[in-house]
Design a protein around this ligand. Structure first.
Ligand SMILES: O=C(CO)COP(=O)(O)O
Length: 249
């Protein structure tokens, strides 16, 4: 089955009303492959800017939160619910980004529980996994990712709502991109692991690469058989993001 190429832009905690408007204007003007319905594009601004982004961005590009909570509503200061996102036409969220796992202390259990809740309630989830440099050098890359995936599987989420982003922590924001072989090897291992869920899930789930993706390295990465798109950080804030969206031939 052909998997539709997926490019996400994770703005992280960057931008202002005016700089995000500039990014949106630039995307609105650009000739994107998504216009021809061959690529799915999703941008993820900070929570404060979700609504103006959704309001001004052309409809073929979707908008994602960077986090969501696993309760319907109530006394959860500082959190945003799935239904509030959906009410605002925000159709995706990122979950389990390494910055939330390491800086905000989100465990596998927390990330898996949120993913289960979000997918069961109809929100798309860009679910992130990845190893640290220390873990890679110790030869533990696949076991670290398998542990993260096992935790997710134990919650029995709706896999049709999940896109997996493999983001080696050592490649995030460092300019040190994984080689095409390093990325493809891990993507293939994830694809093989997904067979344990079902052949259909393995076949249909998009697996994105994230970590120092830019307009110069994206084309080569996108040729790998198990790389189905990107989750782009820094470069998604720049005009070059359009080139990354359009790099897949
Ligand atoms: O963390 C990332 C996307 O979620 C990757 O960030 P960079 O593209 O800035 O390395």
């Amino acid at each position: 089955m052909a998997r539709k190429f997926f490019v996400g832009g994770n703005f992280k905690m960057n931008g202002t009303l005016s700089s995000i408007k500039e990014i949106v204007d630039n995307l609105n003007k650009a000739e994107l492959d998504s216009n021809r319905d061959i690529i799915e594009v999703v941008v993820s601004p900070p929570a404060l800017y979700l609504l103006p982004t959704r309001e001004h961005l052309k409809k073929e590009i979707e908008v994602a939160a960077q986090n969501v909570f696993d309760k319907p509503n109530g006394a959860f200061t500082g959190e945003i619910s799935v239904s509030q996102l959906k009410d605002s036409n925000i159709t995706w969220t990122i979950l389990g980004h390494s910055e939330r796992r390491t800086i905000l202390g989100e465990s596998d259990e927390v990330v898996s529980t949120k993913t289960k809740y979000a997918t069961d309630n109809g929100l798309g989830v860009i679910w992130c996994c990845g190893e640290s440099l220390e873990e890679r050098e110790a030869g533990n890359t696949i076991s670290v990712i398998t542990k993260q995936l096992d935790s997710l599987k134990s919650k029995n989420p709706d896999w049709s709502k999940i896109v997996i982003a493999y983001e080696p922590i050592w490649a995030i924001g460092t300019g040190k991109v994984a080689t095409t072989e390093q990325a493809q090897d891990v993507h293939k291992a994830i694809r093989d692991w997904l067979k344990g869920v079902s052949d259909k899930v393995s076949d249909e789930t998009r697996i994105l690469y994230g970590g120092s993706v830019n307009e110069n390295n994206c084309a080569e990465l996108s040729k790998q058989p198990d790389i189905d798109g990107f989750l782009v950080g820094g470069a998604s804030l720049k005009p070059a993001f359009v080139k990354i969206i359009n790099c897949h031939q």
